[in-house]
Design a protein around this ligand. Structure first.
Ligand code: SF4
Length: 336
């Protein structure tokens, strides 16, 4: 940012910073607790938990002396309990050896990632390191009209923020950018008319605020080939419930498998226990970034390990959309 913009941003922050409990009587411990609680959680949600936590544990030594269950019980309802366990461990290590004062050493503690380490180091220990979250990215991407996304955008924002950061107030600088992104430079309707950066903001100047930041590039689509068999026996169709770790867990499907590289469809069908099958058709569809080609077959045999249902039962069974397509393909072969 130009120095005039930077100055105006800090003045704006001084006048508009929200009165948050961790900003009152700040110290390293309170900053640490607030930053850990704010990971993946909104400020409004954190407020009551922070106060309750600080009342019960006024210092990191108090957390260190408590048992894990007590820490977890105060965290109850805030979610992501791994954070509470890591914070407990961090406080134990810090009570024994002191809380590190640089972002690099803080990042070695349990549950402290790059962002949290930089937030704590800049706010509590005035280390001049930039910390960039989604809010800061949005502000800087718009201000500089950055044609980047993903990790390259984050790296560039860290670099640019560090270049302009006033050395005497690194913590306030980081918080000012975050606060501006959260309250003024919002994703959909930024309030540019009250923004302290408007005079030099590139996106505002070119009326392109909503075109920045650029959307993340989607991963390249991957091709997959599925082989699916509709087993028909005694007027009923065989289905199975989809197990943990697969797409559409707990829904129901006809036996299905991935076609391995260089594998013949007949061999894939044999792996499903199906022989002498009749082709039903091919269905192309997408799942996340996968482009799936599904080959469907009918097998008039009783395959093992399946649940056998009538067409009527199948009509109300929760099935993934591609499986419904397969069922429709099979309809012509079914007894009416
Ligand atoms: S002028 Fe508008 S787009 Fe630019 S930083 Fe301010 S709020 Fe964001």
């Amino acid at each position: 940012l130009r120095s005039a913009s930077a100055k105006r941003l800090l003045q704006w922050y001084d006048a508009n910073a929200r009165d948050l409990p961790w900003r009152r009587e700040p110290n390293a411990y309170r900053t640490l607790v607030s930053e850990v609680m704010l990971q993946q959680t909104q400020v409004a949600t954190v407020l009551p938990y922070f106060s309750k936590f600080i009342d019960r544990f006024p210092s990191l030594e108090a957390v260190a002396a408590a048992n894990e269950q007590e820490v977890l019980s105060l965290w109850q309802g805030l979610g992501y309990y791994k954070r509470a366990r890591s914070l407990h461990q961090t406080c134990r290590e810090a009570a024994a050896n002191g809380l590190p004062q640089t972002s690099t050493s803080l990042q070695k503690l349990p549950g402290i990632g790059r962002y949290t380490a930089r937030a704590v180091a800049s706010i509590a220990f005035s280390e001049p390191v930039a910390c960039v979250d989604g809010n800061v990215e949005r502000v800087l991407a718009r201000y500089y009209r950055l044609e980047l996304s993903g990790s390259r955008l984050r790296t560039e924002c860290e670099r640019r923020s560090a270049l302009t950061m006033p050395r005497q107030r690194p913590g306030d600088w980081n918080q000012a950018l975050m606060e501006l992104g959260a309250s003024v430079c919002t994703p959909r309707s930024p309030k540019c008319e009250v923004c302290p950066l408007a005079a030099e903001c590139g996106a505002f100047g070119s009326r392109q605020t909503c075109e920045f930041p650029r959307p993340k590039q989607k991963p390249h689509p991957q091709s997959r080939f599925h082989v699916c068999v509709v087993p028909l026996y005694d007027g009923r169709l065989g289905v199975r419930q989809i197990t943990e770790g697969r797409w559409w867990r707990s829904l129901w499907e006809f036996p299905k498998t991935d076609l391995e590289p260089n594998e013949q469809i007949e061999d894939a069908l044999l792996r499903l226990g199906a022989k002498r099958c009749e082709p039903l058709g091919i269905h192309n569809h997408s799942v996340t970034n996968h482009r799936v080609t599904l080959h469907a077959y009918l097998c008039r045999r009783r395959l093992p390990g399946l649940t056998w249902l009538s067409q009527e039962d199948l009509a109300t069974l929760p099935m993934p959309a591609p499986q419904r397509v397969v069922l429709r393909m099979a309809a012509g072969a079914l007894p009416q």
